[in-house]
Structure formats: structure tokens, C-alpha cells
Design a protein around this ligand. Sequence first.
Ligand code: ATP
Ligand code: ZN
Length: 226
Amino acid sequence: NDASRSRLRIAIQKSGRLTDDTEKLFKNCGIKINESRDHLLAHVENLPIDILRVRDDDIPGLVMDHVVDWGIVGQNVLEETMMQRKVDGMPTGFREVMKLNYGDCRLSVAIPQEKEWHGLADLEGCKIATTYPFLLKRKLSEQGINFKPVLLTGSVEVAPRAGLADAICDLVCTGATLQANGLREVDTIYESKAVLIGRDQDLFPEKQAIADLIIPRLKGVMAARE
Ligand code: ATP
Ligand code: ZN
């Protein structure tokens, strides 16, 4: 239809750690989102842009399946999803439009405070709770370490105390959550920030024109805040 040819469709996280910074960035670029957060699709009034509000985990797939033109997501979720989709035989193509200056965090291994630590080899044969089994496996296989992944999409940090795992591999920003759960961070396996990605296909000219207008604005706003 017409809108799908002429309005740039951007997927952003509906509500979470990337949402406020994304909306602030858009606002500073003159992209005014009027609808409230419970609208899945928000029309930007002053520009031919539609905003799709979804779970962050769905964003790489929406871009790779060409359902949206652009998406904003953490590199951690992007890489994990790509590896999962390769296994599932699904398309994994995308273009990185630009790295963003927020959403910084790291994917780290943490173990119970009282446990000894000599290095990643200590994880041989361990049960490790994580939301990111592919990123963890990539890192540990590089070093020839075998482990048993325990897949949890939330409350990863309680797994050792609950007797579900020997260690965890989870996103860390300050480390306060780990401490509160009697864990200590022993190694970082991946550093992440938010990225703007686009579909791996040329856009319709109308949409490309919007992209060409927005990209310098995004870069300008981020440079001004460095
Ligand atoms: P959703 O409901 O959309 O699935 P979620 O709970 O999976 O949300 P959030 O916790 O909101 O996800 O985190 C979204 C992304 O924000 C993470 O994947 C990561 O890239 C980034 N991030 C930035 N800072 C942090 C932090 N301190 N802890 C965790 N993630 C962070
Ligand atoms: Zn998520």
C-alpha cells in the first residue's frame, strides 16, 4: 500500500532500558511522537515516519524479515538473535546505520561471592544460567570450554541461590544487582551499546529521502551531547 512505500517505519522498544533515550533522541531530532506508549503504531505528525513499539527481542527479526525499515536495539540482542536465526535457517541480513550513544552495558559471567575463581576454565562442565546462550557459547567454545546452558529470560541472577545453576552470564551495568544477589562479576564476555539498524535492501526513493534527512540530524544531536 501507499504508506508502506512512503513512510519510514522504525521499530523501537515499547518500554524498557532503551525507551527513554530513544524517545529523547527522536524528540531532539524533531521527530514528534504524539501517541502514548500503549499504541503499537504511532504516526509521527510532522514527518512521514511511523514508529512501531515492540519488545526489544523482536526488533532484529522485524528488520531481517523486512517488516520495518529501521530498528533500534542493543548489540547483545542483535548478535544473539542473528545466531539463533542462523540455526533456524531464517534470514539474518541487515545494515548497521549507526551506533548510538546510549544503552551501554556488558554481558558478564558472575559466580557466588564465596566461590574461588581462576579463570573461565573454572566453568568447565558447569550449569550457567543465561538469556544469551549463543553469545556465551561462542566465547566459551573459543577456549574449548564445555558448559550446560540453563535458559532463563528473567531473574537470571537468582538462579545460583535457587540451586538452578553454578554461575550466571547476564547483562551488567553497575553491578548492584549482582551484589544484592551475593554474586561477583568475574569476566566480561561481550560489550554492548544500542545501534540503529536497517533492512539489507535499498529503500524506496521516498523513504530514502526521509532517511537522508534524519541521519545527519541523529548524528548532530549525538555529537552535541558527547
Ligand atoms: P523487553 O520487554 O522489551 O523484552 P527487556 O527486559 O528484555 O525488555 P531491558 O532490560 O529493557 O530489556 O533492556 C533492553 C536493552 O537495554 C538490553 O538488551 C541492553 O542492550 C540495554 N541495557 C542498557 N543498560 C542496561 C542495564 N543496566 N541492564 C540491562 N540491559 C541494559
Ligand atoms: Zn527483551
